[in-house]
Design a binder for this molecule. Structure first.
Ligand code: GRF
Length: 211
């Protein structure tokens, strides 16, 4: 086998990091086209940081509170850390900060996010509660390229789950999380292999998938 140059990935988290853990696990496979080179949190107390350290992955904390509202300075610090680790691709995984167009544009086509809903349905927060309230029959998760508009980027992977009678926010969240952990590694693989790319034609953005 010819040697493969694995893409260097940073995972950005704010909390427990179960998607992060799924990506770390997937990247252990010898044929996986990406390695997790950095886990970065905006919160010093994010549980995911300990999990990353247990896996001997480099971690960094850039506490947004230290920047007292200066979003640009926070993002410049974030960007500098990513550059210092020679990062190729970013995976947002429960990263609870909105990013400015400056950072998003800088990493355009190289930044993915996972959202716990079947986009374009239920952008934003509290997706499970809103799906139950809306009475939809199916819910799910989406991995998409990040663009300046929140939860609006072209879709790389999506998976649906049924909503069952008696579901609570928690039971539904648990079912969705199972598929999140499956599709995020798949989507990252597609992007790292260059098989899914962000394309722009005029005003329109889309994903080009090569089989
Ligand atoms: C996931 O539901 C993800 O879709 C959303 O935030 C949650 C993060 O969970 N963006 P975890 O930190 O990966 O466990």
């Amino acid at each position: 086998m010819t040697s493969m140059l694995r893409k260097r990935v940073a995972i950005l988290i704010s909390g427990r990091g179960s998607n992060m853990a799924a990506l770390i696990e997937a990247a252990k496979a010898r044929d996986y086209p990406a390695e997790i080179a950095l886990v970065l949190s905006n919160r010093p107390d994010a549980a995911g940081l300990a999990r990353a350290r247990e896996s001997a992955i480099a971690t960094a904390v850039i506490d947004h509170e230290a920047f007292s509202g200066d979003r640009e300075a926070f993002e410049r610090a974030l960007d500098a850390e990513l550059v210092a680790h020679r990062i190729d691709l970013i995976c947002l995984a429960g990263f609870m900060r909105l990013l400015t167009p400056w950072l998003v544009t800088r990493w355009s086509g190289r930044m993915l996010n996972i959202h716990p809903a079947l986009l374009p349905q239920f952008k934003g927060l509290d997706t499970h509660r809103r799906a139950l309230a809306a009475g939809v029959k199916r819910h799910g998760a989406t991995v998409h390229f990040v663009v300046p508009e929140m939860d609006a980027g072209p879709i790389v992977a999506q998976a649906a789950v049924p909503i069952l009678e008696g579901d609570t926010e928690e039971s539904l969240a648990e079912r969705v999380l199972q598929v999140e952990h499956r599709i995020y590694p798949q989507a990252l693989r597609l992007v790292a292999e260059g098989r899914a790319t962000l394309q722009s034609s005029g005003e329109q953005l889309g994903v080009q998938q090569l089989c």
